[in-house]
Design a protein around this ligand. Structure first.
Ligand code: GAP
Length: 462
């Protein structure tokens, strides 16, 4: 099925409790969203899948969780104070503000120009001001008195928290190169953008890993380093396909042009997804070389090095960085999972076909009806499953409608308790339940005594 349009997803996300526009009662707030009961589970499942793939399935990566607000010199050394800028222009007529590169890229529709070739306002074709650089970092102040020395920054990436802890992790874990440090955390950027749901927001979660390796022998020709970088690019693409369940046809790798590279990178490739508005970045895999460790070593006056026992010298490791966006990945899981199918009555069945490991709710326990006789057995089944999986209990409305509701939030399995389970007309029940599968709608009868194992078999990786 082709990807649905964005409005369909935005509306389902709100209706079912995945993502809400923030502060709606006050008219909203540009580029900010809140995550509802299902959104928070979905986000947690994606984050956990990433964390598992980095820190558990490999034995060369450890995790950390660094402070959000830290010494402002961190952002001077990283280059963000001087260079983390977007070119902004204002329309002289309607006074709206835009990112010049976004107008040029056609994010507001085809770029329009006057007779002299100057770009015009995408809103009302007014004249634009000269571009001026605007730093994306949010400033705050530490302590009660507002003066320059009290300025601190909200982090625009998680990576620096890793670099400034490199030596701590090295000492406390006695790791040898190569090894990685992973972190998932919120980042902040003062983004001026056209609204595209949770694609570009003021605060967002990143899943970043810095992989430290021996510096190359020849700085100008770091062949081994670049080969390892290519391996990481492939590994990260595979993660989106195999772990998150994204169709390979809507994913691609796009190497950056030299002019596009960040100030710290000698090579970057993006994993991109074909969003309803075109290709957009999900993750960047960057060759950060020894830029960050060298910068922090110089500005702090405390060189950050690794002792190479083979050569008896201190070296500055080089770094490969896969940096993924959790919120964008979440948006993609919704776009990818959304399916419309005709049901047996010719009506539309909406199903979110999440991979089970990503699905916010794994099992729903549904008594056939609200009948009092069914409730004790249904609650017993619910209590049995809850310690193992995120489980919902629902006894309102007809069973058909409840199946639909679970399909629409992507629950892979429903367990139905009926009169055969508990017995009726003086006949004993079979103490068995029906498992109904979301995608095939197939139903299987299973004794409650075997239910945990049967569900475990049907929920791989959960
Ligand atoms: N440490 C490198 C770094 O931060 P980046 O390409 O700027 O690299 C990594 O960010 C990922 O973070 C992006 O691929 C994207 O998924 C996500 N991201 C960046 N800015 C974002 C924003 N304003 N809103 C949502 N996600 C964002």
């Amino acid at each position: 099925m082709p990807a649905p349009d964005l409005d369909t997803i935005v509306s389902l996300a709100k209706r079912r409790g995945f993502v809400y526009p923030s502060a709606e009662i006050y008219g909203g707030f540009a580029n900010t969203y809140d995550y509802g009961p299902l959104g928070v589970e979905l986000k947690r499942n994606i984050r956990d899948a990433w964390w598992r793939s980095m820190t558990r399935e490999r034995d060369d990566i450890v995790g950390i969780d660094a402070a959000l607000i830290s010494n402002p010199k961190v952002w001077v050394a990283s280059g963000h104070v001087a260079t983390f800028n977007d070119p902004l222009v204002d329309c002289k007529k309607c006074h709206q503000r835009f990112r010049l590169d976004h107008i040029e890229e056609g994010q507001y529709g085809p770029a329009q120009r006057d007779a002299a070739g100057n770009l015009l306002c995408p809103n009302d074709q007014g004249e634009l001001t000269e571009p001026r650089l605007f730093n994306l970092m949010f400033k705050t102040q530490v302590g009660p008195v507002a003066h320059e020395d009290a300025t601190a920054y909200l982090p625009p990436e998680t990576a620096q928290g890793i670099f400034i802890n490199f030596e701590n992790v090295l000492t406390s874990t006695r790791r040898k190169l190569p090894f990685g440090i992973a972190q998932t955390r919120v980042s902040f950027r003062n983004e001026i953008t056209p609204g595209r749901f949770i694609f570009r927001t003021l605060e967002f979660e990143q899943m970043e890993m810095e992989y430290f390796v021996m510096p190359p022998k020849d700085r100008e020709n770091p062949a081994e380093y670049l080969a390892l970088y290519e391996e990481w690019v492939q590994e990260r693409l595979n993660w989106y396909i195999n772990t998150v369940g994204i169709s390979p046809e809507r994913l691609r790798i796009r190497p950056h042009d030299p002019a596009e590279l960040s100030h710290y990178s000698v090579g970057t490739s993006d994993v991109e997804y074909l969003f309803p508005w075109g290709w957009g970045e999900l993750e960047g895999i960057a060759c950060r070389t020894d830029f960050d460790l060298t910068q922090h070593g110089q500005l702090s006056g405390h060189p950050i090095t690794y002792f190479d026992e083979e050569t008896n010298t201190h070296v500055v490791p080089w770094v490969i960085e896969p940096a993924a966006g959790l919120n964008r990945t979440l948006a993609v899981t919704l776009l990818e999972a959304y399916t419309e199918e005709p049901d047996e009555k010719g009506d539309k069945r909406i199903v979110l076909k999440f991979k089970p490991n990503i699905a916010p709710v794994k099992v729903a326990v549904l008594p056939l009806s609200k009948n009092e006789k069914l409730r004790p057995a249904a609650r017993r089944v619910y209590d049995l499953l809850r310690p193992s999986w995120m489980t919902q209990y629902d006894e309102t409305q007809s069973i058909g409608r409840r199946y639909r509701r679970q399909d629409e939030i992507g629950t892979p399995l429903c367990v139905t308790v009926d009169f055969q389970t508990v017995g009726e007309d003086g006949q004993p029940g079979d103490d068995a339940v029906t498992i109904r599968e979301r995608d095939s709608q197939e139903q299987t009868r299973v004794p409650i005594a075997n239910l945990l194992q049967a569900l475990r078999d049907k929920l791989p990786g959960c």
